[in-house]
Design a protein around this ligand. Structure first.
Ligand code: TRP
Length: 327
């Protein structure tokens, strides 16, 4: 076990899909094996965009955490908690807000992009501008040294580092400067060939039924340059295959590819095979999830306990912060 500490959060957006699995969860599982990890539901971060209707956040948190647990995020190994149950995040956020120049936040590319794209919501709030300050608080509150993030979050992590540096410069060395653990996000395609995303309606959810998954795979586009069954196909152009190949064992893949290129195997039959491998891979996790979901208080209890552990750590570090500020 390394001494490095990992902190990572996900905004609760509800049920996770295969894109989340390959993009984030698989990586968390790997980190959990090697580091002390803090994984949390960033429900206050959800408020930055969902403040006008908060009704879905609690349920989304539960669904998300059930997916984490079913896929192997383990409360025995990692601290799993809910941001809003650890008030020190807000306390540190307030202090960091005092030392963060507004210009750092205004030039944040994610901020500009989201303000332009999310036109259905009024994002001209103090809280939305301050998103990266809260994220900095999340990270340095645990003195974490490593933060697994995708490319989209890099600007936020850069701001975190700048804030930590500024704090240390003003008040003395308290926080390590966290490093990004950049994860190569495989581009997971959704059923329509675009990037898998809940908002595109093209996602295969971790917790859906086998029947739903089969239906979605069967609806997927294949190789558009193979209009007829008798035409030879190209697996590298096939949208369905791009999603499903990772679930198929290597020998079987070789067999499928040869049969596709030789026009011996049609797309409908091929997708039936692909769907079965995907469904079979997901089956044990789905069974586990169902078992966990049957207990209505499991997630609440677990988050309460995890948040208590996180608070202990946070409280110790906040004492140092208060001392450094001479308050
Ligand atoms: N901003 C992250 C996202 O949208 C979520 C997040 C909040 C986070 N706080 C964090 C990620 C701290 C890593 C560390 O995905």
């Amino acid at each position: 076990m390394h001494t490095a500490r990992v902190v990572s959060g996900m905004r609760p957006t509800g049920k996770l899909h295969l894109g989340h699995y390959h993009g984030v969860l698989a990586n968390w599982l790997e980190l959990q094996r090697n580091y002390r990890c803090f994984f949390f539901a960033a429900d206050w971060h959800s408020l930055t965009t969902e403040y006008a209707d908060t009704s879905g956040i609690k349920e989304s948190t539960r669904e998300m955490v059930l997916d984490w647990l079913a896929f192997g995020i383990d409360p025995q190994k990692s601290v799993i908690f809910e941001q809003s149950l650890v008030p020190q995040h807000a306390e540190l956020n307030l202090i960091l807000a005092m030392i963060t120049p507004v210009s750092w936040l205004e030039r944040n590319p994610t901020y500009k992009e989201m303000r332009e794209n999310l036109t259905t919501k009024d994002l001209s709030t103090f809280g939305f501008l301050g998103y990266p300050v809260l994220m900095a608080a999340d990270i340095i509150l645990y003195k974490s040294t490593k933060v697994p993030v995708g490319h989209d979050q890099l600007p936020h992590l850069e701001i975190t580092r700048e804030i930590a540096r500024r704090f240390n410069y003003l008040y003395g060395e308290v926080f390590p400067e966290p490093e990004a653990l950049l994860t190569e996000m495989p581009k997971v395609l959704g059923t329509d060939g675009r990037k898998m995303s809940k908002s595109y309606g093209n996602a295969i959810f971790l917790s859906e039924t086998a029947e739903e998954t089969r239906k979605k795979v069967m609806s997927m586009v294949t190789d558009v340059q193979r209009p007829r069954r008798a035409d030879p196909g190209e697996p590298d152009r096939c949208v369905a295959y791009s999603l499903n190949r990772t679930y198929i064992p290597a020998e079987k893949r070789a067999e499928i590819e040869t049969a596709c290129r030789g026009a011996q195997l049609g797309c409908v039959d091929c997708k039936k095979i692909q769907a079965e491998y995907l469904v079979e891979t997901l089956a044990p996790f789905r069974a586990k999830r169902e078992e966990l979901a049957a207990d209505p208080s499991l997630v609440t209890d677990l988050l309460t306990e995890g948040s208590r552990k996180a608070s202990e750590e946070a409280a110790r570090n906040m004492q140092e912060v208060r001392a450094a500020l001479k308050l």
